[in-house]
Design a protein around this ligand. Structure first.
Ligand code: NDP
Length: 299
């Protein structure tokens, strides 16, 4: 019975990637050009290396070109900005992703804002952020976009529903709030200075957990029927093994939740699918074709 509660991000993301491949092939046939996604990795952060490897693998799987730049930890901000500038001007590149975090001596905001908005497939450029909050068409950060697709997939009309997001990062929490507002939910954002998180969660129809604290949200925090979207990816040791867990205590929260994403296999694979979706979207525009109808991909 619990199986019906689980939102299978792995399955949904693979269906989306199949459609991206289909529309990507159509675009290639029509224009004789192949969408290209450039990934820039600075340094040796082990988690970043795994993310980048997965992104490159999936980029190739949908038939896009993957352009990889691996830079030493000691690269200067000027050198990185110069690479971004080259990629901005490279016709073979339709999307640019600079993997975060960057080393401390580099100003991440400056680098992200150097990516031209039309190639900003992470949706972090101030122009795209502003458009998102203004309700205009924009490139949307991949993880919250993935969460919003999961919510749409389970056919939830969010009008009049209350949603709480734990976490206010530019990557997840804030854009998630904009998307939920766009879906007519009433949104609360909680963070490390919020005093009554447990009570806020208890009153909410939807919970988005994006904190980075393993299993912080306990089963008795959740209102019966709550939809739980767990963004967290935390590596912990359990019974002598290294395991990945989310920001919610999955086994406990499964009891009261009406729908819930597992970790792994929930939001994670949706993030990569949305990166490719954004790349497809910008490729259509950059190749001078009419924009692809995203709704047909997401049906
Ligand atoms: P950040 O560290 O940038 O932000 C964490 C947020 O959680 C901050 O707003 C912080 O508040 C808040 N926070 C920290 N401690 C508490 C607390 N005790 N109570 C309430 N709020 C708290 O993380 P990200 O947004 O980048 O990522 C969040 C999680 O999502 C991580 O586990 C990350 O690994 C995962 N992630 C998963 C992705 C996926 O594809 N599934 C993609 C991106 C991230 P404050 O602002 O006050 O410091």
């Amino acid at each position: 019975m619990n199986d019906t509660k689980i939102i299978d991000g792995k399955l949904i993301s693979s269906q989306i990637r199949e459609k991206i491949r289909f529309y990507g092939d159509k675009l290639k046939d029509k224009t004789n050009k192949t969408p290209g996604l450039a990934v820039v990795l600075v340094g040796e952060n082990p988690a970043s290396k795994v993310y980048v490897k997965n992104k490159i693998e999936k980029t190739k799987e949908v038939g896009f070109n993957s352009i990889e730049h691996r830079l030493d930890e000691s690269v200067s901000e000027r050198e990185l900005l110069s690479l971004v500038n080259d990629l901005n001007n490279d016709e073979k590149v339709q999307g640019i992703l600079v993997q975060l975090p960057l080393p401390k001596h580099i100003n991440s905001d400056k680098v992200l804002d150097a990516i031209i908005p039309i190639k900003d497939v992470d949706g972090f450029h101030a122009e795209n952020v502003g458009k998102l909050w203004s309700g205009l068409n924009s490139l949307v950060p991949c993880t919250p976009l993935g969460c919003s697709i999961l919510l749409k997939k389970i056919n939830q009309d969010l009008s009049g529903k209350s949603a709480v997001i734990i976490g206010r990062s530019n990557i997840v929490g804030k854009p998630m709030a904009a998307l939920l507002l766009g879906m007519n939910a009433t949104v609360t954002i909680a963070h490390s200075r919020t005093k009554n998180i447990r009570e806020l969660v208890k009153e909410s129809d939807i919970l988005i957990a994006a904190v980075g604290i393993a299993e912080m949200v306990k089963g008795d925090w959740i209102k019966k029927g709550c939809i739980v979207i767990d963004v967290g990816i935390n590596r912990i040791e359990r019974n002598g093994k290294n395991v990945l867990v989310g920001d919610v205590d999955y086994q406990e929260c499964l009891k009261n939740a009406s729908r819930i994403t597992p970790v792994p296999g929930g939001v994670g694979p949706m993030t990569i699918a949305c990166l490719l979706l954004n790349t497809l979207f910008t490729s259509y525009i950059q190749f001078g074709e009419e924009s692809v109808d995203l709704t047909s991909i997401l049906d």
